[in-house]
Each structure stands twice: as structure tokens, then as C-alpha cells.
Design a protein around this ligand. Sequence first.
Ligand SMILES: [Fe+2]
Length: 315
Amino acid sequence: MGAAKSLSKKIVEDQPGLTAKSSYLGLATRDLADWVSRLDAVPTLPVVAMKVNEHLASNRSSAQSIAELLRQDIALSSRILRLVNSSYYAIPGGVADVRKAITFLGFQTIAQLILGLSVFSVFEKSASAELSLHEFWKFAMTSAALTEKLARAVGYQQPEVAYTAGLLQDLGKLALITMAPEPMAKMLRWVKSTRTHVCIGEKEWSLPRHEEVGENLANRWKLPPEIVGVIAHHHDEIKELGGDLKSQQLLACVQLANHTVTEMHWGSSGSVTVAGTAKEVLIEFLNLDQSWWLRNQAEFETEREKVEVLLNAYL
Ligand SMILES: [Fe+2]
């Protein structure tokens, strides 16, 4: 927690009031503040998910506290049970209650599932012809699964958090589609026709950066600082960022997972290219030798089927 804080601290120092990045973009501070105020239009995270965030932040979370929180939201509990009983997790014989699910998967995994599912539920009615939610979540879930796999491979201490970071990195896009569906539709059509990246499209169409919007929303929702850091920086060059090694390691896992999922043409986050650090640089940064990479790339492909199963349990 402390390690990730330093990246978050840097974010605060680097962009007090978000002015630094807005001037870089040519977007007036007033305009950006206006965009941020429009986040009021985005529904709040379910109460249980907010409480889970508070528990995780205070290190008070335990299997019992998570199970008790979930008891307050029957609908969310039943969706969690549907997820954990899917073949993605393959719990022998299945489980009938959350407490047993925690026994098999651990409270960290369940807590991260609660966060992911809650965000999904906030945006499940956000429709965009230019960015299908099915394709969006397919990309996000595969990226999340690969981020977790990479995090485990490089010894990152909280692989479950890595999953959520991969899953929610593009939170800002969902918020922007909700707040400004027409401008976003135009921008996404342009990105598709020019085969550029959403980051370029946002600049071209005078939209705020989705990383900035996502960071603001994630802070409003009190998401864990490690996840806020990834949302804010997932398109930045890894070597240009400050912060501690652990935070950079997490960000590198997310970016490398993005490269892989984009190359697989699996789902869509709106872009057909990747913005951020080059793949070779990330592999080197994470000390993953080429043979490890080749061995595991085949395994990454199998994640597709598992993600499809999980996605069906979400929908
Ligand atoms: Fe992004």
C-alpha cells in the first residue's frame, strides 16, 4: 500500500488540480473543470463496493468482513456467486454461499470481483454503437487476466489488485460515453476510420484525456491508490514516470497485457493500436526473457475461452 502511495503522491504533485496535463493538451483548465463536474451524471458505485474499498484501504478487510458486507446486497451477492461458480474458477462441486467462495478463492479475489462487477453494473446500460460494451469488457477482462498472470510471473505482491487494475484502466472511456455520448461517438468513428489511437482522437476532438477523467472518477469512488495510479498513467512511457518500482512494475504488466490482447484482436477498447511503452521495452523492464514469453504466449491464447465464460456470467 505504501509503495503504491508514492506513485499516487507523484500524481498529486505533478498535476495539482489537473492543470499540468490540461495545458499540455491545450484544453483550458476551466473546460477540464467543467468536464470533471459532469462526472455528477455518472451513477455512484454501489454502497457495498464503496465499503469494500474503505475496508481494503484501512487494511481492516478479512474474509468475515467481506462476507458481512455482501450480505447487505442480495443482488450483488447472487451475481458474485454466479461468477465464482462459473467454469472460470472451476471450484469443485461449486459453492452456495459467499463465505465458502472466500474459502476457495480468498477474500482479496472476492473483493476485487465485487469492485469489477460493481463498475460493470454502473455502466451496463451505457450504449454506444461505436464501442460495444460486450467487446469493451471482453478486451478489459482478457487484459485483466493477462495482467494478473504477468504480475504473478514477476513476483508482484498483489496479483488480485493487478487484475482489477487491468480491468478498470479504461474507466474514463465509459464515463465519457455516459457524459458525452455524441462527441465520443464522433471521436470513436474518426479513430476507427483513421486507424489511430483514442489518445490522438481525444486531442483532435477537444475531449479530455480518458485517463484524467477515469482518475477523477476512481478518486470519487475511493478506489485503491494502486488502481487509481494505473488508470491515470496507463498510456504513459514507463521510464518517464517517477514512483517506486512496485508501482512501475504494475503499470508495465498492464501495458504488456494490452499489447498482447491488441495483437490477439480480442475484444476492443476503441483503438487498434497501443499507446504507451513499446512491448520490447516492457519485456526487458519486467525481466521476462524471450523463452518465458514464447512459452506463455500460447497459454495466453487459452485465456480467451475462459474470459468468454466469465463474460457470459457477467452479462
Ligand atoms: Fe486507455
